[in-house]
Design a protein. Sequence first.
Lengths: 259, 557
Amino acid sequence: MYNQTIVEIRNLQKKYGQKQVLHGINLEITSGQIIGYIGPNGAGKSTTVKILCGLISEFTGDVTIFGKDLRTQTLEIKKQVGYIPENAVLYESLTPMEFMEFIGEMRGLETEQTRAKAEALMDIFEMKANLNQRISTFSKGMRQKVMICSALLHNPNLIFMDEPLSGLDANSVIMVKEMLIHLAREGKTVFYSSHIMDVVEKISDRIILIDQGKVIADGSFDELNKLSNDENLEKMFTRLTGNTNHGEKAEAFINAFEK
Amino acid sequence: MIRFLLSLFVPFRWFIEKMGADYTQFIRILQLKLTMDDRRLKGLGNNSKKATENALMKQSFSQIFFGIFFAIFLLLVKSPFTYYYFAHTFLMVMMAMMIISEFTTILFDTSENVIIQPLPIKGNTISLARNAHVFLYLTMMAFNLSVLSIVVAMFKFGIVSGMIFLFSIFLNVLFTLFLANVLYLGLMRLASGEKLKNLLMYFQIVIAILFMSAYQFGLNMVDKTKIQDMILPVHWYTFLAPPAFFSGLVEALSTWLFDLQHLIFIAEALLIPPIAIYLTGKYLTPVFNRKLMDLEQGDRVSKVRIETSRNSLYFRMMSSLFIHRQEEKAPFKLMWKMTGRERLFKQTFLPSLGYIVIMMIVPFFGKSFNYSELIQSDRYLLILYIFIFVGATLPGALLIGNNQHATWVFKTLPSDSPAPYFKGFIKAAFARFFLPFYLVLTITICVIWGIKVLPDVAIALMAIYLFTLVFYYFQSPNFPFASEKLAGQGGTVFIKIMGLMAMTVALGFLHKFLLHWFDFAALILIPFYSAAIFYVNRTFVYKKITWKAVDKVNIYS
């Protein structure tokens, strides 16, 4: 399943009260790609991801995923989607095994199958020994690993990740990056929303930059680079979002607290 | 409002500084705490500011309403000393219960430590601000509860007497706060970390039940015919009873009575609370703070517990009894595990169960109790139907918890309706936390009245189950353990629930009426309840619990 259009977004808009967060996003995403979705704070990245995962149901515009309408066929879409949220908040009194059993059963997996998968996935993260300990005793990174495992339990074809590497140790970061590349090779699509530019630059087949609810750049890093000649994604990001005076700002900051 | 509350501390600046706190920092910390409360209240759920303000007002009104009953009782009391003694006892009991149920979290709240601890602030200042915070809330509560008693006292004993009563209430609040500190410190010496958290939870439950039983037994022992002329005799041990300090003070100052007995009361009332607060601030709070920091480190010092992944026989039995649809199975299992572990749930639910047990036992110890009359009567019906109140507490207890940000998981799963989740939740809570107690009740009733009452036990159980389901589906459809305790329910929901409860009481009377007709006439209720439960489970819940309704009250962040 390569190069098939699996996500189609037409004029996606979202308002929180009077505040317009998304101003008509138009995107077409094909399978087998890692999409790096970047933008400054408050640009609308998380809102887009939440809409696409079905967490926010009130929006305007048209979204189809796997050829199905997001408004009317949410259920069918959710069956093929995995989601890793920005903040790893889980029910603290549960253990990873209990949490994953719940997720697995709700997604129609057999309990034994879920258990076996949970064990295998957690083992890779070197957390097999923690499977039956309560999540309340875990560090941020450990919680994030539980979240990653539970989002992949049902072998989704489309994976939304909102800052998935947050809190992970260096080895786990490398492992997750490798895993994403492998998943894309298998034809799965990864929608990767992040602030960490060097990771996005290294793993993404396509980079979408949004600012103030609008797409301001879209293409592979090489394509975007040909247009601008920036030496890396970070430079491109700062230029396109209109924040090039970082040196001056840093100096002003130091002056402010040293006074 | 915050500015006004802070201004109340201005006259006590010297006292605050005497206790080793920095006054300016004290005020700033208190301001931060009050602002955080204010924001927390305003931000509860998706409701507007107006709704939250209503919740606070509702809380105050319910306290004033509760105070009405006590004021009516006090109307009968002629002696000022007895009047104020009862009023202060009532306040102390209510405040102790409030500290136990509501303020433990505030006393043990360490959420702002991340902001405050790195700053150069003395431990005394932090703990004094924490106590002042609880003191403010307790004072508001004490005032709400006693506002009508103050008015009654003004009419009965004069305006001055009422004003002095108001002053004595502040002293009472200070003293109760000291007692709470001493009690909690005692507990903190016994354990640390997770064990301490569990110990505190069970302590709160036991104390709440003890207070209720003392209250009920106390009321039962008072000879109501003599209330009007009741005069509390003063013995040597009366001088040790805190309510006597305050009532003696009010009586002495309002009637200008300064004999030795009253001078002792005045000295106790005026000296003990400030000394107690001084001791709290100077000596107890530093220890309290140290212990609190240990508590924060709890997860590191406690041995990590490994949960068993096996399901018990009881779980398997209940699962096959209650769950007939695949989609309810996982929520049932999830809730089964969580209800056993969520402290706030147990803290809310178990005391209610204890209260009911006490209310059921109390009549057996009355002076007019006659066992042979009892077994001839149908009083077991009353006992059975009283359990409806336990069923009524269960749904509310399922809401309360700190998991507001974990509910996103339900929304990401492929479920066309959230109803199966909610069905699984309430069934698990009912099976795990209601049925075992009902079973004990059944055995007790059968021992007293014989097994001939078993059909009635079954009918009452069906009525309670039906009521619990409907009650749960009527309340705000928040996912479990994701609402703050103060959130409360909307007024219309409250009215609906009261209506439902009245209806169930009516069903109890119908049951009683049918029994008087002929022995097994009540059996005709079985098909009625079966049909109603079937309808609620198959149709009603799907109409009531929709994604639209659920999305309105849950935040998926």
